[in-house]
Design a protein around this ligand. Sequence first.
Ligand code: NAG
Ligand code: NAG
Ligand code: NAG
Length: 469
Amino acid sequence: MFKFFYRFCFRKRNFRSKVALLIVGIVIVFYILIITLNEIENNLEEEPISISEFQSINQAQELSKDDKYPIVIWWTPFTGDSGSFKKCGHNKCFFTDQKKYFSDPRTRAFLFYGSDFKPTDLPLPRSPLHDWALLHEESPKNNFLFSMEKVMKLFNHTATFRRESDLPLTLQYLESLEKIPSTKYFVPTSAKNDKGKTIAPVVYLHSDCNTPSERDSYVEELMKIMPVDSYGKCLQNKPLPSHLVDPARNMLSHEVFELLSQYKFHLAFENAVCDDYITEKLWRPLTVGSVPVYFGSPSVEDWLPNPESAILIKNFRNPKHLAEHLMSLHSNTEAYERHLEHKTKGKITNQRLKDAMAQRDWGINNDPNQKNFIECFECLVCRRVAENFRRDQKNIERLKFRSRFEHYGCPKPVGNNTLKTDGVGWWPELYDKAVYEAHAMENLMAKGRNYSSTDFYQEVIDLLENGAG
Ligand SMILES: *[C@@H]1O[C@H](CO)[C@@H](O)[C@H](O)[C@H]1NC(C)=O
Ligand SMILES: *[C@@H]1O[C@H](CO)[C@@H](O)[C@H](O)[C@H]1NC(C)=O
Ligand SMILES: *[C@@H]1O[C@H](CO)[C@@H](O)[C@H](O)[C@H]1NC(C)=O
């Protein structure tokens, strides 16, 4: 190969043809360079996003006309920041909650906080340059619109509890992996057995009693069959010890953890059922060393420290079967302790859980040493829109970012998850309302202009009358 090139280039030729050859060579090298650079840009999404790169630069109440950076608007005000530059790696964006920037040609993205997202207050008409970004880590019960495919398809960037989202917040309630084997609160079974003369084997501690998961109806039934101590507002049958009654005290306090740790089992029921919607309901008993009896995310096994570390309601036909199982574990220490090996043997076998915790570069509980997921999401959005902003200026094709149903998409609350057989009620109705609202949004947005709330409700009524949800 080399010989061939050598001969080709140094054969006797006149000067002019050598110059021509040189030019051809330069052009080829130049093209290779452009192709490589383009490839690097196309691979943007492959690089992990490092939040440590994210910095607030300065508070700039107003943006100057000459600033050539993309504008990102918090359409549902959330961070209390009326305007500032933030940097993410080599990308820089102007973040603001001022809606007046809506028509600025540099505006590239709108951020929405899910619980505040309203179909009657949207940045419309939507330009093809306007990305929409959804942050929602809270319960799906707060807004059923995101359970609608029509709505999820409107977004380009997401941070939700679902692992499929762009910035998954599934483990947002797990402070650190070390909490799981920690024996800080751990009470040995023998001590639990001694205590057992004065307390029930199972504890329940909830204050939100009307939930889409209808957890109370299950617990109510369970209580008829076996002893359950309930300290919260819901189904309360035992007062909180007087030193814990003070409502100013956080329910995550040291004392509450100590109280819970004495129980063999902990009813860990989420307020809503959706894949990957997992809260402190699961992690709290795992932290204190009480066995969670879990109801919530149907795929919770994917995140458990080991398969035995929780007992899942879904594996029992009804509360009676569950009660029988819990009572048999209660009287069989060896079988019971198999559910505590994450404490007694540090058994964390779930690689997905370990990897996710190792890769997570945001902290929780206002950890001063780490960025939080809000900043991390702002960084992700800034990076993506800044890239497309440069592409627009260079007339290069933009990168595409699309959210899907799976970035949120929760099932309809069935209203009889457990025992009730009506299948109707407040929560299923709210979900049905969202079906019509999503349809109305789609119809009105298709007209390519802004609409008023009167227009919106009229559209919903028309759809209801036509039965076209
Ligand atoms: C953002 O999503 C909208 C709606 O699906 C889509 O029209 C637009 O092209 C997307 N933008 C990017 C940058 O992919
Ligand atoms: C409610 O429960 C009944 C009986 O278990 C079942 O047949 C029905 O499909 C359930 N309804 C819903 C909406 O899931
Ligand atoms: C859309 O219309 C509503 C009410 O008519 C108005 O309050 C809102 O500011 C408008 N939004 C935009 C982005 O122009």
